[in-house]
Design a protein around this ligand. Sequence first.
Ligand code: NAP
Length: 324
Amino acid sequence: MNTSTHERTAVVTGASSGIGEATARQLAAAGFHVVIGARRVDRLAALAAEIGASFAPLDVTDQDSVDAFCATVERCDVLVNNAGGASGVDPVATADLDRWQWMYDVNVLGVARMTKALLPKMIASGDGHVVLVGSIAGVEAYPGGAGYNAAKFGINAVRQVLRKELVGQPVRVTEIAPGLVETEFSNVRFDGDADKADAVYTGMTPLTADDIAETILWCIQRPSHVNIDELGVRPRAQAAAIADQREGIRLSIVGVNGQQVNEDGVPYMECDAWTSKTWRFLMQYFAELNGVSNEDLKNGVRGSAMITRTSASGSNNGEAQGDE
Ligand SMILES: NC(=O)c1ccc[n+]([C@@H]2O[C@H](COP(=O)([O-])OP(=O)(O)OC[C@H]3O[C@@H](n4cnc5c(N)ncnc54)[C@H](OP(=O)(O)O)[C@@H]3O)[C@@H](O)[C@H]2O)c1
């Protein structure tokens, strides 16, 4: 590894795409020697060549992989615990526990493994910094999010504990909690279903990976005595985890418990306008949350749940096929 003892070193996990990749680029541009890790090594190699970083394969869910990766890190001033993600939007009632297990392993245990391994080096640096990439899902629960919520709420807890445990040590602890960022995140969450992934960002301007990378860099570049504890960053159009204002789309899903109901007690949601892609996605999402079968969905969801569409041409309550 080509680090000099004078060069500040930043380790970024999950740097093969999205926020991690953008953070690695910005840290390198700011003068850090960057060590990047992820499972897709071909991508790491290309990025490392471009920004002059070191890289090694890393699976944060595997202790041997973490040990081998960390053995290549001579010095560590900053650790950006970014590797993570969500899997599925299943309600608790039909939760796929393998997905939950993966989300806990990658988002929580991965952070614990990496932090445990590199904390002594950060303390030894005299000016260390642990950054955790949490999520709006770690401060606000939403229907269909429980597995991911539990993991990211876990990160929020780990950050609070770490911050208290490290008082008196020369190490800062920061949690960044982004809202919607357009990366490969939704592609992973929906098992590669591009339609569902695209629909997440339809009709609004999401954050970019660079927006979050800049925020991370800003936190790191504050003077050493300044600790940004937690920082929520959301698109202007996103006021809450699943209450966002989209161009032409007003999405308001309250979910199984505490959901919106009409005067007949039928759960409903409202949208102003949409593309057929968004329409399909919202219907499926809402139907999943409310236990509406595919058959009901094909026949229109009136009676089991109601989707209300309002548009310039008026409203067509429950006409599920109307926009297809
Ligand atoms: N996008 C959003 O809307 C959003 C919002 C809030 C928080 N976040 C959080 O931001 C972080 C980055 O996500 P992103 O949006 O940039 O999504 P992304 O583009 O899917 O990036 C996820 C990164 O994590 C890496 N990764 C996944 N599993 C890993 C493992 N076992 N070991 C090592 N690396 C692993 C992936 O690399 P490999 O597949 O190559 O291993 C990839 O580089 C995650 O913690 C996510 O939960 C995202």
